[in-house]
Design a protein around this ligand. Structure first.
Ligand code: APR
Ligand code: ZN
Ligand code: ZN
Length: 365
């Protein structure tokens, strides 16, 4: 058992607290990880607001890199001393999806079996729910060994840890789900962390043009730095007409929706080429409905309407590849790290999310 500091959301809507937690030694199939860096994601805030589920208290944090300290008895994939990026979808390797070669659709993903617990306060001993099965705003955390992917140990933890969630979702929406390749036209609607990552992924794949759409001029400036060739401010211009005009009247081969709203998905639907692909990577809320569309417009367009969950990634394939591209200077993951902060500064980082100046605040441990 290890006693370490961790950031816990004890009750709905309450500020997070830095407390002492108990982290068990790894059992079968588990790994104990010394966390080195962990990004602050909107999903952490959703947990603390009770927007995901009511399984309080939560141990927050899930976009992390660190070093394996110990592994359980039967673990062979990683070993103590390995530098790893954590993922929230440890695939089983043996379900119907895994067996047909589509492990990103695995429906038997797993986390650590043992639970971390609160070590102080009146509720000491209470089991913690780790955010996305990770819980990495902590000096050490316990995960399933399959949640650890070994990457180049020379890489900067604050940058590569971000591959654990939003940056992978965006890059994967482009290169995995959208199958973006050289010369394909891409439009990305919504240029927050996820959308900008989709732009970086499209640039990496050689897409042209890469059209960034947002209602915020600051986001469009950042999108341009990350590889967008054109920008459209949809607070003043019609994004569908603008995308068509920039693609010779056809619409984009791939339109990536990275907001998660019906009206922007509808823009994506009409802004694609007749044989184009729409990729929905923004996460809608449960009350949102598919917008009204004449069925003839669906019939009249070929192509495909897809969604991308976690960038349809396979961590064991995609994390080492993207870390290598980063190390070679071909993928600028540093650009996503707006600031490095201490483990006590998470509430301040949540506050900054609302102002739109920060792509990612990253906690350094
Ligand atoms: N049209 C275009 N852009 C919009 C619109 C709109 N109507 N509304 C919002 N945006 C832009 C915002 O200005 C912002 O730049 O969408 C972007 C959303 O970015 P973030 O809030 O930073 O969210 P991000 O982390 O990128 O995630 C995007 O994916 O993972 C999910 O839950 C996440 O649904 C969210 C989405
Ligand atoms: Zn599986
Ligand atoms: Zn996240």
């Amino acid at each position: 058992m290890h006693q370490v500091k961790g950031v816990v959301a004890r009750a709905k809507g309450q500020p997070v607290e830095l407390v002492t937690i108990n982290v068990p030694d790894p059992g079968p199939g588990e790994a104990l990880v010394q966390v080195q860096a962990c990004g602050v994601c909107h999903t952490d805030l959703h947990y603390r607001e009770g927007g995901i589920n009511d399984d309080f208290p939560f141990l927050l944090g899930h976009e992390a890199a660190g070093v394996v300290e110990a592994v359980g008895p039967d673990v062979t994939g990683v070993a103590p001393g390995d530098f790893v990026v954590l993922n929230w979808r440890a695939v089983c390797g043996d379900c119907r999806a895994c067996n047909r070669g589509e492990p990103w659709y695995c429906f038997a993903t797993h986390n650590a079996t043992q639970r971390m617990t609160l070590a102080e306060g009146p509720d000491a001993g209470t089991e913690l729910s780790p955010a996305l099965g990770i819980g990495a705003f902590a000096e050490k955390t316990l995960v399933a060994a399959g949640q650890c992917t070994k990457v180049d140990p020379a890489a900067r933890p604050a940058a590569v840890g971000l591959l654990g969630c939003g940056v992978m979702a965006g890059i994967g929406a482009a290169i995995n789900t959208g199958a973006v390749t050289r010369g394909r036209s891409v439009a990305v609607i919504g240029c927050g962390g996820v959308g900008v990552a989709a732009i970086a992924g499209s640039a990496l794949a050689g897409a042209s043009p890469i059209i960034a759409v947002d209602i915020d001029a600051k986001k469009l400036a950042k999108a341009k730095e990350m590889g967008a060739t054109h920008t459209v401010d949809s607070s003043s211009a019609d994004p569908v007409a603008a995308i068509q005009e920039l693609t010779g009247g056809f619409g984009a081969d791939v339109v990536i929706e990275a907001v998660g709203r019906p009206e922007t998905w509808k823009q994506a639907f009409y802004a694609r080429d007749l044989a184009g692909t729409v990729v929905l990577v923004g996460v809608p809320t449960p009350d949102m409905l598919v917008p009204d569309l004449p069925l003839i417009d669906v019939f009249g367009r070929g192509g495909s309407l897809k969604s991308s969950w976690y960038g349809d990634c396979l961590p064991s394939r995609d994390f080492p590849m993207l870390v290598d591209l980063y190390q070679q200077g071909r993928l600028d993951l540093d650009a996503f790290v707006t600031e490095e902060i201490g483990i006590g500064d998470i509430e301040a980082a949540f506050e900054k999310m609302h102002h739109g100046d920060v792509l990612r605040s990253v906690v350094i441990l």
